[in-house]
Design a protein around this ligand. Structure first.
Ligand code: C5P
Length: 219
């Protein structure tokens, strides 16, 4: 099979990662969770006690010795498996501010493009179709109501034993949507050639089937 690239963008909690992972398995291609990369950098900044508003010099310096890798569905930050830790609500609170920093985006976008040059990928995020992989074979814009997205995130965290209130999650999602779609560099928006799918009233399987059909028609 020739090398293909599939971009899935959309707001937090629309189901991008669950769906992208299933499609990657079915097509036997690599799944790249770019949100996890921004979360990993956020984790590093928080651990180092960085002041996100003032420590510009430190930020660039830390990025210069930050290594991010994916292996067997896990994400490694400087060789440490941080797959679980990056999902903590504390990271969700700060990640959009970190993701709005030009130095951070420059570094991670470069890394994302390098990965996609080497193999077939399905990549999810906010700016994949509009910026990272502008020539992707298939571009999907996955949306769902804020209420539904907060409900899903709430269930997911509770199943993992992480105690948070629904209101807290709802506010965090709204806040992230706002920062992600109004930031100056590569904000969250639908690429002109992306196909919108609303997952609010669909099962995961239905969305997967919809996307597989689009891929089959285009690739
Ligand atoms: O996908 P997830 O919700 O884990 O992403 C966390 C955050 O990372 C997003 O809210 C957004 O601020 C940032 N992000 C981004 N560009 C991407 C992927 C994620 O700015 N391509």
């Amino acid at each position: 099979m020739r090398r293909i690239s599939i971009a899935i963008d959309g707001p937090a909690g629309a189901g991008k990662s669950t769906i992208a992972r299933i499609i990657a398995d079915k097509l036997n291609i690599e799944y790249i969770d770019t949100g996890a990369m921004y979360r990993a950098v956020t984790l590093k900044f928080l651990r180092k006690g960085i002041d996100l508003d003032n420590d510009y010099d430190k930020i660039s310096n830390i990025l210069s010795y930050t290594d991010i890798n994916f292996e067997k569905g896990k994400i490694y930050l400087d060789d440490e498996d941080v797959s679980e830790e990056i999902r903590l609500p504390e990271i969700g609170k700060y990640v959009s501010r970190v993701a709005a920093m030009p130095e951070v985006r420059e570094k991670l976008v470069k890394l994302q493009r390098e990965i996609a040059l080497k193999k077939s990928v399905i990549m999810d995020g906010r700016d994949i179709g509009t910026n990272v992989l502008m020539n992707a074979d298939v571009k999907i814009f996955l949306i769902a109501s804020a209420e539904e997205r907060a409900r899903r995130r709430y269930t997911e965290l509770h199943e993992k034993g992480i105690e948070v209130s629904f209101d807290e999650i709802y506010k965090e999602i709204e806040n992230r949507d706002y920062i992600d779609s109004t930031r100056k560099i590569n904000p969250l928006r639908k690429a002109e050639d992306a196909i919108t799918i609303d997952s609010s009233n669909k099962t995961i399987n239905e969305v997967v089937e919809d996307i597989l059909l689009i891929i089959r028609n285009k690739c």
